[in-house]
Design a protein around this ligand. Sequence first.
Ligand code: SF4
Length: 359
Amino acid sequence: MSVPTLSRTVQRDPGHEFGFELRACRWAELAWPPATAASDDTVTVIARQLGTKRRRWDTIVLECDPEALSRRARFGPDRLDSDLLHIVRNAPAEWTYYRDALPYPGYPWRYVREAIHRADDRGSIETRKSGNRIEIRRKWAYPDWLERIVAIENKPDLDASAARALGAQLEYDVAMGLADEVWVATRTTGDTVEPALFEDLPVEAGILTLEPESLTADVVWYPRTLAVDEPGTRILERPEGGARDASAARFEYVDPETKADTRLAIAERAYERGWRSFVDTMRPDCRHFQLRARGATQALPYCAATDRCQTAAECGGSCPHFEPEPPTWRTRGWPIEGGPGKRLQQLLAERRRRRRPGL
Ligand code: SF4
């Protein structure tokens, strides 16, 4: 994520957007959907930094059928990739030769056999040999747990240049129609009319203003529901030369079946990762790594060496301030249980798990 050039405020530290994003995730976990009148019996799964090869969203809200989400837990906390989904969604109730049971996937059957063994290893289906044929049988039907995908872009300081970059990304989302809704979350300014409304964003995108300290949000513009069941238009290239550039945009169509498969693959990744997985790519084993309480219910990463919230990109192997935890911090179970950093990871993993009913 780029750090915007700020017109209203001074340049912020790099952890500013990252901290805002984590606050937005926590707010969504507590308060989604934002419409006050909504009577909603869906449950949500929140994740961050997921999407496709061409487009990654900051925050993702999965609106799920509660009962089906509990049944999804039978397949374990790890995601089912597209090969495994092909198996579990088509596995029959009775023992059947796998080539008779599964639709031809468009790639060689030996890869299907490999996926069958993986599905068996993780307890998602049953297999047996009949002569030299592999037969499969489902243990549970894969539930239809995903109802809607909502994508939120977080821009705490939405000035004109940030809005221009974001506008192009949101136009891509609207044309593709992969998410049911797209939103921009920006920091509350307290102005009579929020400045975000004056920026050149697609009208299909919703705008909400978030106060990260109090974790309260207001909707200043409601989004349109996008046509996820219709063919999408993937914008491959657009004229970049300003008003005098007469070159044509390049695009391609994406059929609804491909979109549906992509949506489910994204949802499975979101189910596995949640949004607290940020710690997985950071260095909680560094002596400067801390989690600091923000509000009553959230812990944000904090670097004691730089005295601020650090980004996941900064907090990696190349950080010049990295220092390993002193061995004396470690528990008696070291090296099996690890030190305080390991315990912070376990704490976040436990919180992530608690948000998945049925696990
Ligand atoms: S010093 Fe570097 S590695 Fe250590 S917590 Fe801070 S940012 Fe992370």
